[in-house]
Design a protein. Structure first.
Length: 311
């Protein structure tokens, strides 16, 4: 499954108006990102500039470090939606590839100045861009004086445990630390995908689950069972969601399967979103089917008690 991504060419884009620009991956659009974006939008409106985010896909880490597997906190189209919800006027996604990684900070900033009519650049204290990250804050300020834009440097946002970062949030999710992930994200972590047909074992046991085809590069929480909320269009429901490989059936494929409470519709082929609210337990292998059935029923009841009844 490939994410829906629209790429932007700095060389051919006509400026929409003078812009206040920030640059970054913004994976997760977490509280640290949102603090920067709030200031950007506020200042842009006060000065009559357009608020602009320039971001990248694939993630530079995947290109520069050769990483693979589940790395993204958000799908690219979801990230753009979250950015716009913060009040950003324009979001431009650049294809990060071997050509872009070789571009110097000067050449990149010149493109931003000309292509976007950038009048101000807003970045964090530890920001750097360009080939081998040579465009640090000092260099960007020097370029700003030469090219005609100002540079605004923002303090890093921290919680009680340090700097809020996408790296820390990935680690929290991968270890099943939902409270830690929620503190940094400012919301529950969620995944979404089309409901596809599985082996049908849940239905045979009396607990039909929705097998979701989650984007193979998106981070999902550690294997286990979670009290969850699911959205089918505008409708929301409660669920007990299993993340894992179904060890009772010697499964090998990682799956995300919510058992939706009080729900009997056929939703194959429909888009379903799942947010992980409370971790109930580790995934485990049972001695018998009866033991598995008893535990699923207990998980469903725990989800209902923790998350409340449906409207």
């Amino acid at each position: 499954m490939n994410p829906a991504t629209s790429f932007f060419d700095l060389n051919t884009h006509p400026a929409q108006g003078p812009a206040l620009v920030t640059i970054g991956v913004f994976d997760g659009v977490h509280l640290g990102h949102r603090r920067l974006l709030e200031g950007l939008v506020r200042q842009a409106r006060q000065t009559g500039l357009r608020s602009v985010v320039v971001t990248f896909f694939p993630h530079p880490d995947l290109v520069l470090r050769g990483l693979h597997g589940r790395y993204y906190l958000t799908r690219p189209e979801e990230k753009e939606t979250l950015l716009r919800q913060q009040g950003i006027d324009d979001v431009y996604t650049l294809a990060f590839d071997d050509a872009l990684r070789q571009v110097s900070a000067e050449a990149f900033c010149r493109q931003l100045r000309q292509g976007l009519d950038m009048r101000e650049l807003s970045v964090g204290q530890d920001f750097a861009l360009g080939h081998q990250r040579e465009g640090n804050v000092s260099r960007l300020r020097q370029l700003g004086r030469e090219l005609g834009y100002d540079v605004q440097v923002n303090d890093l946002v921290r919680d009680g445990r340090g700097k809020i970062s996408s790296t820390a949030l990935r680690h929290a999710l991968e270890t099943g630390d939902l409270p830690g992930a929620r503190r940094g994200l400012g919301r529950s972590h969620a995944v979404a995908g089309v409901v596809v047909r599985g082996a049908g074992r849940g239905r045979q046991l009396g607990f039909p689950t929705a097998n979701i085809a989650v984007w193979e590069q998106q981070v999902i929480p550690a294997n286990g069972v979670y009290a969850s909320k699911v959205w089918l269009g505008e409708e929301s429901f409660l669920a007990a969601t299993n993340v894992g490989r179904r060890p009772h059936f010697d499964g090998e494929v990682l799956t995300v399967e919510p058992f939706i409470l009080d729900f009997e519709r056929d939703i194959y082929g429909q888009w379903l979103k799942v947010s992980f609210e409370v971790r109930l337990r580790d995934e485990q292998k049972f001695d018998s089917l009866d033991g598995l059935v008893t535990q699923i029923a207990a998980d469903a009841e725990a989800s209902r008690k923790l998350l409340g009844t449906q409207d």
